[in-house]
Design a protein around this ligand. Structure first.
Ligand code: NBG
Length: 834
């Protein structure tokens, strides 16, 4: 551990209205920003002006910590033990900044007071912020939770990624279908980022390579690119909770080296002159909205290389600033590859070291392997990235040569270990030789890193047993597990203030940084008064969500019914349609016996489907179609309500997780790497119904089997059934309730007599059912019946809810980050003396 004496605030000249934390100072600085930055006086200010003014006032307070931190770089440089974590991720999903920064600075209440004194409502201004949707789902959100924890734990870190001009699309629902609307998050300005054009990097693309001999007679290769583009870093401060350091999220924006091609401009070809600028800027234009890779999308490979190359060059530059030589970069940085998207970094660092810094191959290779760690986030074979060799070569000709060389040396090692075993070598090879040939990015990452990890125990085991089995056999010592976590600051403190106040009243506030302290709530699970308060908080959160749902969808739901929620990307493996089958089953029971006694439920869905994923879009249509029938059937009498809440994102998540009674985590066992929504729900007192998949397994272990609703096949059973030959039709034929559900969907009952609408979905279930929905149906229904009965016993439900929260401590991202620091990065927290 490194000790540093507490740093005195050195900004004496600026310790004033712009940095002080009292509500008077915040109010003044808000008015100043309104006037001097937005150019407005109160009477002419729009809501956005007011939001911007507050954001700038808050940013001033962050800047004083941020800049002091950068000043300290010099000092840090002399302390050779200090290592930066560099988190390379093509996606970050930070969520709205303002509220979180107020919480982290500890000035939420002061800010509210400052604004109300001026006649404004803080919550209304918070709602004005457009969140940066620079990710698809769990993977990007995880990266942002990790950034929060790194700062909170005082680990110096930089998150590197892409500043997409258009993030994940906004989702609207029209006639039950998803419609994608361009996300314009930058439209009204972004007060949180500061661009640093002086730290720009240039990046080559395309062209060819050329061998030559240098002045020492050494064989070298140079890359003659077809295009050069510029990467401009845009920095956003990442404050930790009441933390003394402020890390940076550095996102690269692509620009043309020259805005105009002057020679062309001069000969009068205006369009050709501008086209290069247009091409260059395309690189960071848009986030690919699919959580699966799209083979053959040149632009995507260019995006990946663009941000990786900028980031590595930036790290080399910083290594120098820290007083180290480039060949010590691995001692100054631990670089984590968030999935394979940045894995081209392995070849790029080799290129930079060997071609540009003249370091010999073996040494460069040792540095590279020591610098990098790789986190795998998926077992789905279709989601493992691979690039066709031709395409790869057309963008990165030099990198392909380097990869061939890495592979040649690697396969020599393999052949020594397994003489004559060509199958093994072919399976391990970084190059997939089938058909036209591909670069397998997961293999490149595994070979080029010193550590490979999965994101939940089960997932890490399956990686070793299945996807990376041959690698595990070769290098068992490289494999780790680090179970995911989420930050309790955003996911409880910011989003569930009611819960925070009753928890803190009992156990103090240390739990916010030490989530295991929630264990102190355990005895209170039997304290009637505390249980009442707990129920009241949940009831309030539910009313608030009900109001949002009414406003956005027009559907009225009853806050006393069970809020049964599934929010996540729409995917067949996540099985939103299994939940639909449950809804229809309950509906049929009511139709058979309208007087039947059942626990009233509001079924709430949210999530985006990849625009090109037909089946996922059809599932959204199915949910909305079933909603229309169920919600309007007089026999149901409001006991079942179905809602699809459009445009699920971080901001909506803030309102959803705290209002849930039941969390649906129902993926086919073996398919969900970890899940993090499962943790957010449980942390806010929802009970889980789930399969033994991803982190559900560990959540159940922690909260206790009796406080978790388990159903479904295990990974072993799924595997066995599939090898024996799974016949979904047998389930359809032998289970009358299941058959009734499927026949209804097929008959047009939910689609205004249209028998074709859902046919592709039904056919795929009856013909192959890759995700074993029919096999798990009965077990799910039985378990849901148990849930229904349990909910009717409100007292015991509350007890289970409290115990879930009391035992969820493990799933703080602080714990995950500590594990990465110890097992993988060898990075240390900076310790302050006071
Ligand atoms: C996702 C998994 C989730 C997991 C997150 C974060 C990808 C490729 N993977 O189960 O599907 O929680 O990563 O690790 O987006």
């Amino acid at each position: 551990m490194n000790n540093r004496t507490t740093r005195k605030r050195r900004h004496s000249g600026h310790e004033n209205i712009r940095t002080a934390l009292s509500h008077e100072a915040i109010a003044q600085s808000f008015l100043d920003s309104l006037y001097f930055i937005q150019g407005r006086i109160q009477s002419l200010a729009t809501k956005n002006d007011l939001y911007m003014a507050l954001a700038y006032a808050v940013r001033d307070r962050i800047l004083s910590i941020w800049i002091r931190d950068l000043q300290d770089l010099e000092q840090v440089g002399q302390d050779m033990h200090i290592k930066f974590v560099s988190y390379l991720s093509a996606e970050f999903l930070p969520g709205p900044h303002l509220g979180n920064n107020l919480i982290n600075l500890g000035i939420y209440d002061e800010a509210r007071k400052a604004l109300s004194g001026l006649g404004y409502d803080l919550e209304e201004l918070l709602g004005q912020e457009e969140e940066p949707g620079l990710g698809n789902g769990g993977l990007g959100r995880l990266a942002s939770c990790f950034m929060d924890s790194l700062s909170t734990l005082h680990v110096p870190a930089i998150g590197y990624g892409i500043r997409y001009e258009f993030g994940i699309f906004d989702q609207e629902i029209r006639d039950g279908w998803q419609v994608e609307i361009t996300d314009k998050w930058l439209g009204l300005g972004n007060p949180w980022e500061i661009a640093h054009p002086e730290l720009s990097q240039s990046v080559n693309l395309g062209g060819y390579t050329e061998p030559y001999y240098d002045e020492h007679g050494r064989y070298r290769v140079r890359w003659i690119p077809a295009t050069v583009i510029k990467g401009v870093p845009c920095d956003t401060p990442v404050l930790g909770y009441r933390s003394k350091i402020c890390n940076t999220l550095r996102l690269w924006k692509a620009e043309a080296i020259e805005s105009f091609n002057f020679p062309q401009f001069n000969v009068g070809d205006y369009y050709a002159a501008v086209s290069e600028k247009v091409f260059s800027e395309t690189i960071s234009k848009v986030l690919y909205p699919s959580d699966e890779p799209e083979i053959g999308k040149k632009l995507r490979l260019a995006q990946q290389y663009f941000f990786v190359s900028c980031s590595l060059k930036d790290m080399i530059h910083m290594t120098g600033l820290l007083g180290s030589r480039v060949d010590n970069i691995n001692e100054r940085f631990s670089v984590q590859l968030n999935d394979t998207h940045p894995s081209i970094a392995v070849a790029e660092l080799m290129r930079l070291l060997v071609d540009e810094h003249n370091i010999d191959w073996d040494k460069a290779w040792r540095i590279t392997q020591e610098a990098f760690g790789y986190t795998n986030h998926t077992l789905l074979p279709e989601a493992l990235e691979k690039w066709p060799l031709n395409l790869f070569k057309s963008i990165l000709p030099r990198h392909l040569e380097i990869i061939y060389e890495i592979n040649r040396r690697f396969l020599d090692e393999v052949r020594l270990r397994y003489p004559g075993n060509n199958d093994k070598a072919a399976r391990l090879s970084i190059i997939d030789e089938t058909k036209c040939g591909y670069v397998r990015m997961a293999h490149l990452a595994t070979v080029g890193c010193h550590a490979v990890n999965g994101v939940a125990e089960l997932h890490s085991d399956l990686l070793k047993r299945d996807v990376l089995r041959d690698f595990y056999e070769l290098w068992p010592e490289k494999f780790y597990n680090v179970t995911n976590g989420v930050t309790p600051r955003r996911w409880v403190v910011l989003s569930n203030p009611g819960l925070v106040s009753i928890i803190t009243e009992k156990i103090g506030e240390r739990w916010v940084k030490h989530l295991e302290d929630l264990g102190g709530l355990e005895p209170l699970a039997d304290d009637a008064q505390f249980c009442n308060k707990w129920q009241l908080v949940k009831r309030n959160n539910k009313s608030e969500l009900a109001a949002i749902i009414k406003e956005r969808t027009g559907t009225v739901i009853d806050p006393d019914s069970m809020f049964d929620i599934q929010v996540k990307r729409i995917h067949e493996y996540k099985r939103q349609h299994l939940k639909v089958f449950h809804i229809i089953t309950l509906y049929n029971r009511i139709k058979r016996d309208p007087a039947i006694k059942i626990a009233p439920r509001a079924f709430i869905f949210g999530g985006k489907a990849a625009p090109g994923y037909f089946m996922a879009k059809l599932i959204i249509k199915l949910i909305n179609s079933v909603a229309e029938v169920v919600n309007n059937d007089p026999d149901v009498r409001g006991r079942l309500k179905v809602v699809f809440l459009p445009n699920f994102n971080v901001q909506v998540g803030h309102r959803v997780y705290p209002a849930a009674d039941l969390s649906e985590q129902i993926s086919t066992a073996g398919k969900e790497a970890s899940g993090t929504g499962n943790m957010k729900f449980s942390m806010n007192g929802a009970l889980t119904i789930g399969t033994l998949d991803g982190a559900n397994v560990e959540i159940r272990q922690e909260v206790g089997e009796e406080n978790f609703f388990l159903f479904g096949l295990t990974t072993g059973e799924v595997y066995e059934m599939k090898t024996r030959g799974y016949e979904p039709r047998e389930y359809y034929e032998s289970n009358p309730n299941l058959r009734e559900v499927i026949d209804q969907i097929n008959s047009g009952y939910f689609s205004k007599e249209d028998k074709n609408l859902f046919k592709p979905l039904v056919d795929s279930l009856l013909d192959c059912d890759d995700y074993m929905l029919l096999a798990d149906y009965q077990s799910y229904i039985d378990c849901q019946d148990q849930v229904g009965r349990a909910f009717l016993d409100g007292k015991n439900w509350t007890r289970m809810s409290i115990l879930n929260v009391a035992r969820i401590g493990k799933f703080s991202s602080d714990r995950s980050i500590k594990e990465y620091c110890e097992k993988i990065w060898d990075a240390k927290q900076i310790m302050y003396k006071s």
